[in-house]
Design a binder for this molecule. Structure first.
Ligand code: SF4
Length: 270
């Protein structure tokens, strides 16, 4: 809105011309809304302040009038019309007219990028989830001790001839994985682990991971175990532990019902 078209004069010469300029402000809101019915009752007027060298100071020449919104779909919103006056000049100009949400306004949730919205399990066949350049779970291989191999010199040679990985799990990425798997289904707090005869660390079916995580993580290689083929923590365990021993108890036979015992009778035949 240009200053010339927005220039208005207050309806009455009150002590504070800006505060009194309700109708000119309403007219500006109606002009922006394009419909007089879209602008409701006057809600108030707020002097605008600016910070001058760190101290808040009232300009006294800039003020915002607010009006209720009557626009369909904008319940709880309000029109904010900011007007101003040059000291010593009676003319009032409209700085801006905006529609703002109030405390009760219905707002759309904040937009979240697709790759941040994804949850574990959302990825299906054919989907591609590219890791961003700044993904904190990954770091350039040359900055991190890539623990996929035990021989550091071998890693350097592999990198030089183009066989090494460009990025590897960062320290943060590894910590997150350990925390996730420790708290998961095959971690030490799982009900199965609490009843197990021993931990995976002492089980013959336990295959420790290579690298720095070998002390805490491994894979289960027991086809009969519920964790078969899964990553387990060293302190997880299950009833299929290789060192589990079966104690055979010779129970005494307990007969709870009457039965026909032929040993005390003569069986006669015709
Ligand atoms: S069989 Fe059980 S105890 Fe052994 S590695 Fe697998 S999950 Fe662990």
């Amino acid at each position: 809105m240009s200053e010339s078209s927005a220039a208005v004069r207050p309806a009455s010469a009150a002590v504070d011309p800006l505060t009194a300029a309700i109708e000119p402000a309403r007219a500006a809101a109606v002009e922006t809304a394009g419909d007089a019915d879209a602008v409701g009752e006057h809600l108030g007027a707020t002097p605008e302040t600016v910070s001058a060298e760190g101290a808040a100071a009232h300009l006294g020449e800039v003020l915002t009038h607010t009006f209720a919104s009557r626009l369909p779909g904008y319940v709880g919103w309000h029109w904010a019309v900011t007007i101003a006056r040059v000291p010593g000049d009676e003319r009032i100009t409209v700085d801006e007219v905006v529609l703002l949400p109030g405390d009760q306004a219905l707002l759309a949730p904040a937009w979240v990028p697709w790759h941040e919205r994804l949850r574990p399990g959302d990825l299906s066949v054919g989907d591609v989830l590219p890791a961003t350049e700044d993904d904190p779970r990954l770091a350039p291989a040359y900055t991190v001790d890539d623990d996929s191999a035990d021989d550091p010199e071998g890693r350097i040679v592999a990198g030089e001839i183009g066989l090494g990985r460009e990025r590897v799990l960062s320290r943060e990425g590894r910590s997150e994985a350990v925390a996730r798997w420790t708290a998961g289904e095959f971690g030490p707090t799982a009900p199965m682990a609490r009843q197990a005869p021993g931990p995976c660390a002492s089980c013959g079916f336990y295959l420790p991971l290579a690298g720095s995580l070998r002390q805490v993580l491994g894979a289960c290689g027991n086809a009969y175990a519920p964790a078969e083929g899964r990553v387990v923590t060293a302190d997880y365990g299950c009833g299929a532990h290789s060192q589990a021993t079966l104690v055979v108890v010779q129970d005494t036979e307990v007969v709870t019902s009457a039965r026909y015992d032929t040993s005390e009778y003569d069986v006669l035949s015709d």
